[in-house]
Design a protein around this ligand. Structure first.
Ligand code: UDP
Length: 334
């Protein structure tokens, strides 16, 4: 009963590994370390360095560790990058996922948890969005993930695999015990960028557009704390193991904050009034997207613990300070 976590050295995957370990599960991590870090995986967890598109490596790993479930996090995740490099996104997120699903079925894996995204909805007509909303992704990133949802639906029908598709809204914050956080170099996500500006790790930041049809003109997003998100995966795993049918769930708190509101919270929590420039819109950004979360609460029994933007921002600040100390220590040892 081992769970394979692809992308387990990355931001969300490393929190999932902690969640699994805390629940007493057996885990193996596969990661190519393109954006993740070996140190983000606890020493007691078997680590396989490689690509989830490497068919022989996957077959061998599934057999060697007796894998019965896969939580598939490894992916490229930057919307504007997907606009510039669509074929790279379709290769990595879609074509390689097809091969992983095929290997999983051949290897007798029973349960598959897939990291999907709110980007499959595109720019919804109204919010919060439910899972039954029409799917109209506006970026190659969203499309690259939606195609995997479809493959899973069809493969599950044909081969009896059961899956949980989890559509993430905007993931932020860090492990409350300070064991993991968002460590990606050059991260582009709003809270990470704002926290870096507050700590003086960058001179300031930009707001990409204040001419959207929202309450203050900046984009509205639903920020979900990363350990709450990992817990949703654990709930999904228990549900599938308990015989639950394949399911697709939104992961979010059902309330939105604007970019300007998030920046205000970061300024308040950090106590630093960093420079903010208003710039033009960024390619591929929907105006507003907020999760309807009735299904995940009702069917998976998910109960979030950190639905508080001040808490999320404080965790992000603490983690960024931790990374800074790590860098300083590495530089003085060099
Ligand atoms: N954003 C911004 N400045 C930044 C980073 C992000 O104004 O430095 C905005 C971005 O345009 C979007 C929102 O913050 O409206 C959330 O963006 P992020 O990249 O965090 O997540 P996404 O919603 O694209 O997955």
């Amino acid at each position: 009963m081992t769970v394979l976590v692809t992308g387990g050295a990355g931001y969300i995957g490393s929190h999932m590994v902690l969640e699994l370990l805390d629940a007493g599960e057996k885990v193996v991590v596969l990661d190519n370390l393109s954006t993740g870090f070996r140190w983000a995986v606890p020493a007691e967890v078997p680590f396989v360095q490689g690509d989830f598109g490497d068919e022989d490596l996957i077959t061998e790993t599934l057999a060697r560790y007796g894998v019965t479930a896969i939580a598939h996090f490894a992916a490229k995740i930057v919307v504007p990058e997907s606009v510039a490099d669509p074929l790279g996104y379709y290769l990595n997120n879609t074509a390689k996922a097809r091969s992983l699903i095929e290997r999983a079925i051949e290897g007798g894996v029973q349960h598959f948890i897939f990291s999907s995204t709110a980007a499959v909805y595109g720019d919804p007509e109204s919010n919060p969005v439910t899972e039954d909303e029409s799917l109209k992704p506006v970026s190659p990133y969203g499309r690259s993930k939606l195609m995997v949802e479809w493959m899973l639906q069809d493969a599950a029908k044909a081969h009896g695999l059961r899956y949980a598709v989890l559509r993430y809204f905007n993931v932020a914050g860090a492990d409350p015990k300070g064991r993991a956080g968002q460590s990606t170099a050059n991260a582009t996500h709003l809270i990470k960028v704002a926290v870096q500006a507050a700590l003086g790790h960058r001179p300031g930041m930009e707001v990409f557009g204040t001419d959207y049809p929202t309450r203050d003109g900046s984009c509205l997003r639903d920020y979900i704390q990363v350990s709450d998100l990992a817990a949703a995966h654990m709930d999904a795993l228990r549900y599938l193991r308990g015989g639950g049918d394949s399911i697709t769930c939104n992961c979010g708190y059902a309330r939105g904050y604007s970019v300007l509101e998030v920046i205000d919270v970061v300024k308040k929590v950090s106590g630093v009034d960093f420079p903010v420039t208003i710039s033009g819109r960024r390619a591929g950004d929907p105006a507003a997207i907020v999760a309807g979360n009735d299904r995940i609460r009702a069917v998976l029994g998910w109960t979030p613990k950190y639905d508080d933007l001040d808490v999320i921002v404080r965790q992000a600040l603490l983690w960024e300070q931790h990374l800074q100390k790590q860098r300083t220590a590495a530089a003085s040892n060099a």
